[in-house]
Design a binder for this molecule. Structure first.
Ligand code: PGA
Length: 226
């Protein structure tokens, strides 16, 4: 049986609302509802609602995610966005990305709080781990292994090492799907997806250009990943 593949775009702090919508206009119509590849786009907060509407109007087979959620519930938390508010527009949240851990002091405890909030709101928590020792909170079934050296550097991990980290994570955390992220391009997509324990990709830079992202999806759709 072919494994299902996740292809997740993490736009980080990029794209105006207009740019986000034009990306959806290019990518959306080209997607076919293949049961094998699950596509998610994670825009900045300002663009999430517009992207969600465009995806729904076009009936495109694509989920929408956020790049974070608040560790707090709704209330007097200036600048925060609670899971309870985001759930109307997002299906998934990227949590514990190393850029947030490094630049904003996000801790494992905060990530655990965020996971709890996401689960309460029925948002899929996608937890980023930097290696096989990063703790994964309870109730998480989707994890992205993203070694810091590989992020945005053009220097990805080897598919073999990424596959072996994925296998270790799965051994420790049962029923977990593991994605790889860090300098993924269309050229290396097939090699990562060919690893039996890798269930998909989390893609930053290479997801920004819609044509480039489509190329990654094309490669992912063509493979026969057992
Ligand atoms: P990158 O980022 O693809 O630009 O390396 C991946 C990520 O940080 O999710």
């Amino acid at each position: 049986m072919n494994k299902q593949i996740w292809v997740i775009a993490n736009w980080k702090n990029n794209k105006t609302i207009a740019e986000a919508l034009s990306w959806v206009d290019v990518v959306g119509p080209k997607l076919s509802s293949s049961s094998k590849v699950k596509i998610v786009v994670c825009p900045t907060d300002i663009a999430i609602e517009g992207v969600k509407k465009a995806v729904m109007v076009g009936n495109y087979p694509m989920l929408v995610g956020s790049q974070d959620i608040s560790a707090f519930d709704t209330g007097a938390y200036t600048g925060e966005e609670a899971a309870r508010l985001l759930k109307d527009v997002v299906d998934l949240s990227i949590l514990g990305h190393s850029e947030r851990r490094e630049n904003l002091g996000e801790t494992d405890e905060m990530v655990a709080e965020k996971v709890m909030r996401a689960r309460e709101a029925n948002i899929i928590p996608l937890v980023c781990v930097q290696n096989e020792n990063t703790p994964i909170p309870e109730g998480v079934n989707l994890v992205a292994y993203e070694p810091v050296f590989a992020i945005g550097s053009g220097n990805p991990d080897t598919p073999e090492n990424a596959g072996s980290v994925a296998a270790k994570l799965k051994e420790r955390y049962k029923d977990t799907e593991v994605l790889y992220g860090g300098s993924v391009t269309w050229e290396n997509t097939e090699m990562f997806l060919a690893q039996p324990d890798i269930n998909g990709l989390l893609i930053g830079k290479a997801s920004l250009d819609p044509e480039g992202f489509l190329k990654i999806i094309e490669v992912a759709c063509k493979g026969t990943y057992e």
